[in-house]
Write a protein that binds this ligand. Structure first.
Ligand code: UDP
Length: 265
């Protein structure tokens, strides 16, 4: 790894295909690192079709239990990266026999976005930033361009994935010349939007649901300090700063319980 603007920069020279996913409560998650995620994205950018990437966390796994379309999307995705620490613990607990695969590390979408910006700048890829509240995608583009001056942004567009806007949005992205799409509608909306439109975006090679990543880049949401992240408590930090999330975050204890029970089945 090298360092730029205080960010770690993984090198991405290895060309291996992503490893087969493991399954957690029936949901696929790829045992992949930040470095191999970037290598996979490089490979995807060479292949002339849209590759969908999901930033999976325990909430995704629990939503997939009751939402068959979301489950289908996760199963069809080219890459489900382990965004949540709960997945790492769950894989360790469920795959406790040494020969079974585990998840090597957490790959947070909120860090991937900086590495992607660096790669886009180096490779001349053109990202489009879709979603988040008014002004946030545009501010994210400005901040990333400030950090990576060679970065070109194809376009930004705030707002929600309303059906009546769908065709206009697709046209806007196609006309922008974007080949990489970051969608911040939150899960599962963002992943469904990408899945629904995957055949209408012929120039886009990689589309990623990035959740609240634009909010983190702009400082609208504050990431937990590194020591809190290292303790595996980033979720608690988020709950304390954004208490309105409590209902959604009930998925976490439910996930933990399901995982605890699953090993003894
Ligand atoms: N968002 C949006 N339209 C919606 C719902 C959400 O643009 O209809 C944006 C929201 O402003 C935020 C992002 O989606 O920037 C991620 O939302 P959330 O925090 O719920 O996702 P998470 O990070 O928990 O996946």
């Amino acid at each position: 790894m090298s360092i730029k603007n205080g960010q770690q920069q993984p090198t991405t020279n290895d060309m291996t295909a992503p490893p087969a996913p493991i399954t957690l409560l029936g949901t696929p998650v790829h045992p992949i690192t930040m470095v191999s995620t970037l290598a996979a994205i490089r490979q995807f950018m060479r292949e002339p079709r849209l590759h969908q990437i999901c930033t999976t966390n325990p909430e995704f796994v629990m939503t997939a239990q009751r939402d068959p379309l979301f489950r289908q999307i996760l199963e069809a995705a080219d890459l489900c990266i382990p965004d949540g620490i709960g997945l790492i613990y769950a894989a360790r607990w469920l795959n406790w026999r040494w020969q079974q695969p585990r998840l090597p590390e957490r790959v947070p979408g909120s860090e991937l976005i900086y590495h992607l910006a660096a790669l886009c700048a180096a490779e001349g890829w053109l990202p489009f930033l879709l979603g988040a509240s008014e002004g946030i995608a545009a501010a994210t583009a400005d901040i990333l361009q400030g950090q990576y001056p060679a970065l070109q942004i194809a376009g930004t567009h705030a707002g929600s994935p309303a059906f009546e806007e769908n065709d206009a949005l697709v046209q806007m992205i196609n006309e922008s010349g974007a080949n990489l799409l970051l969608v911040a509608y939150g899960a599962p909306k963002q992943d469904k939007w990408i899945y629904r439109n995957r055949d209408k975006l012929p120039n886009v090679r990689v589309a990623i649901g990035v959740g609240g990543s634009f909010d983190f880049v702009t400082g609208k949401s504050i990431r937990a300090p590194r020591w809190v992240q290292n303790l595996g408590l980033e979720w608690l930090h988020r709950l304390l700063h954004e208490p309105w999330r409590w209902r959604r975050m009930l998925a976490l204890p439910k996930f933990a319980l399901r995982v605890l029970i699953a090993r003894h089945r």
